[in-house]
Design a protein around this ligand. Structure first.
Ligand code: PLP
Length: 380
């Protein structure tokens, strides 16, 4: 029996253990130490564009702190891309604020600038703007940053970037995660690089980096005893996890190249098929890390549905997953406001994420191709 092909699994580079062993040797087994600082420097250098990075225990924690640092709380609204993973929206509720979900556009599947403009105009006419807008680069595909930034600037609302899935992606030559007032990254086990669990806050403002370190290490004031004037959090990344991150940074470019090879494989596999679209960069301004390769199946034209393909793959030991279910359709966010025309709902109905790990080789591609081709042959 062939081993199962997973959607996206961890892929070590080789030097991770070296950094961990160094941490043990020096007894830096704590949520601080040389690996934490080194990992942050690696990320700052990689991202460029004047980035300051704070390593945290998760991307979700980083987003939570971003909202805390913007003083967002009860009675405030935060706009969030509806087509995303729940971790983009949950922190809005952690701080007691109200999420408003914004629809996607069809080219990148990310936040639609027109829907955002419409939503902001509506709120402005009532004199109550949201405190932030959370834009996501879903599956690694950069969102329409020029248009979204312009709309946010017009209304003076800070833009936060959820770049959890987009480390290595660029828009007009600049790295995703360096556009917003603040951005977050994730190093969860399924992401393009992993620290087994971890995340980061990215900002151009060194004062915000300093503040985020303070808040993520229990908000301890300068005193010999423990003194606190603010509520703190225990959100810093451990020096052991950061050691994995340093090893992973050495192979990040290779991981991006491997994920992009997967995408090229799918573009070729589905290239001729009628009614199947592979999510692809709209033009040269966009460079996706193709963290996950995703497709849309029009069942009338293709002759089979997303679910037919998903079940066939599953039967052959290959994991795939429907596109992320939009937040405005989630039971937990029932009753939340949604602005848009239903693009994200249509994507969810027909979209599928294909296996996209950087450790997939020719043998795995051949198995996937066999499964896909058998479904296409039986299409009616
Ligand atoms: C993974 C992910 C997160 C959360 O990151 P964690 O490190 O797992 O907390 C947030 N947003 C998106 C879009 C993600 O895919």
């Amino acid at each position: 029996m062939n081993p199962k092909i997973l959607l996206s699994s961890p892929h070590m580079g080789g030097n991770e253990l070296k950094y961990i062993q160094q941490a043990f040797k020096e007894n830096w087994v704590a949520p601080l130490g040389p690996n934490v600082n080194g990992f942050e420097e690696d990320l700052e250098k990689y991202l460029g564009n004047e980035s300051s990075v704070t390593a945290m225990s998760s991307g979700t924690a980083a987003l939570h702190l971003a909202l805390v640092m913007l003083n967002i709380g009860t009675g405030d609204e935060v706009f969030c891309q509806s087509m995303t993973f729940a971790a983009s929206a949950n922190p809005i509720r952690y701080v007691g604020a109200t999420p408003v979900f914004i629809d996607s556009e069809e080219e990148t599947w990310n936040m639609c600038p027109e829907a955002l403009g419409e939503a902001l105009a509506k709120r402005a006419s009532h004199g109550s703007l949201p405190k932030a807008v959370i834009v996501v680069h879903l599956y690694g595909m950069p969102a329409k940053m020029d248009e979204l930034t312009a709309v946010c600037e017009e209304y003076g609302v800070p833009l936060l970037e959820d770049a959890a899935e987009a480390l290595g992606s660029t828009y007009k030559g600049l790295k995703c995660g360096t556009f917003g007032k603040m951005a977050i990254l994730s190093f969860n086990g399924n992401k393009i690089i992993t620290t087994s669990g971890g995340g980061a806050l990215v900002t151009k403002d060194p004062a915000l980096k300093k503040k985020s370190i303070f808040l993520s290490t229990q908000a301890r004031d300068a005193a010999a005893h423990y003194e606190h004037t603010q509520i703190g959090y225990n959100y810093r990344l451990s020096n052991i996890s950061a050691g994995i991150g340093r090893g992973q940074m050495e192979v990040l470019d290779e991981r991006v190249a491997a994920r992009r090879r997967n995408h090229a494989f799918y573009a070729d596999l589905f290239g001729e098929a009628e009614g199947i679209e592979v999510l692809t960069e709209p033009n040269e301004d966009y460079f996706s890390n193709h963290w996950l390769s995703a497709i849309l199946i029009d069942p009338d034209k293709a002759g089979f549905s997303r679910e037919t393909l998903r079940h066939k793959l599953l039967h052959m030991g290959i994991e795939s997953r429907p596109l992320w279910k939009p937040m405005h359709m989630q039971p937990v966010f029932k009753g939340a406001d949604f602005i848009g025309s239903g693009v994200s709902e249509a994507l969810f109905a027909d979209g599928l994420c294909m296996p996209s790990g950087s450790n997939l080789g020719e043998a795995e591609h051949a198995r996937i191709a066999e499964a896909v081709q058998s479904v296409m042959k039986q299409a009616v």
